[in-house]
Design a protein around this ligand. Sequence first.
Ligand code: PLP
Length: 411
Amino acid sequence: MVKTRSSLEAAGLKQRTANISERVKKIVVSPIKEMRILAEKVPGAISFGQGMPYVDTSPEIKEKLVAALKTKDISKYSTSPGLPELRQKLAERVMKKRGLQGILPENILVTVGAMEGLGAAVMTLINPGDEVIVVTPGFSSHIEQILLAGGKPVFVPLIEEKGWALDVDAFKKAITKKTKAILLCNPSNPTGTVYSKEDLQEIEHLVVKHDIILILDEPYDFLLYDNAEFYSPASNPALKNNLIACFSFSKEFAMTGYRIGYVYADSGIINQMMKVHDAFCICAARISQEAALAALSISDEFTKDLVKKLDYNRRLVMKWLDKMPELFEYQVPKGAYYIFPRYKTSNPKLKSMNSFNFCLKLLYEAKVETVPGAAFGPAGENHIRMSFGAKPEELEEGMKRLKKWGDNLIQ
Ligand SMILES: Cc1ncc(COP(=O)(O)O)c(C=O)c1O
């Protein structure tokens, strides 16, 4: 049975330890990406792994990008925080999205995806030993970023029976003198929860009361189902000095490969984060900044259509899971494109199987890629994360394989 947090190590990947820093030895490549690397070597594997929408970037964005390549000199670095025109447009976008006023380009940092924004936020805030409260199940990369910065992730479990809702009392209890920040992704990766406004406002009170920073990760703010209501603490002006909000072009515009995102925060924080950003990347790729400018100019029909397609996929996956009540139970996702079913350890065949072993077995025996729930903190154990961003016909085939494999396993 596998004990490591790493599926690659579990699969025998050699890891040198001599000359390697303690900081790096402590972390793993996020199991989401690890499973992708392993699955790439399994011909014909179907991916419910890394979250990528199957649709291509809008042709309109591509055409505008090609025109920019022809008419502008985009072979040069931009300044570190990003193209002035893009920062201006992003400031306007945050004001519109969150109903705010007075946001300036100085409040925006253009980053290499939301991921780099989150990494820069954590590196900017955390001293060794500082605590950062994260939910579990919560996005696996948050955990690695906090560890890399020398911080301590403090896990607050979500309430599974309530659709993976926030446990505000548990947050209150988790805050100590060492708490530097709370890091929260909404809608949630991996559970698909859209957190309630009431619970989020309670978190806001805690942040202000203890004068800590709320790092928000909101790449799925557009991706909602069943008329779910999305609320962002970034829309509360009272929080503006205690907030770092990270956004992405990856999902909303189907631009995961462009690696482009942005951060909104107080300009004093942005200027500190810029040091980290400059040290690691100089600036976000200029070509991707141009693509982001193009994305901001298209109509919202592209995104509306994407949401419809992903909702279709969500229903398809739930329909199949409903056919496997002996194997799985799940909470209905209301946002993002993930579902986080629990496999039933009441079944003797599954009783002692941890989620790494479950997912590796599923990959190698049925050629279906998923992500072990334990990658998302302790409350993720005995679950698997399934992304439903792939093509419907692939999902259909993958679910068929999963059912056949599961039926054999538990009989
Ligand atoms: C919760 C969350 N945050 C951040 C990211 C990274 O986004 P980006 O591609 O903008 O770096 C992802 C990607 O899957 C994600 O799910």
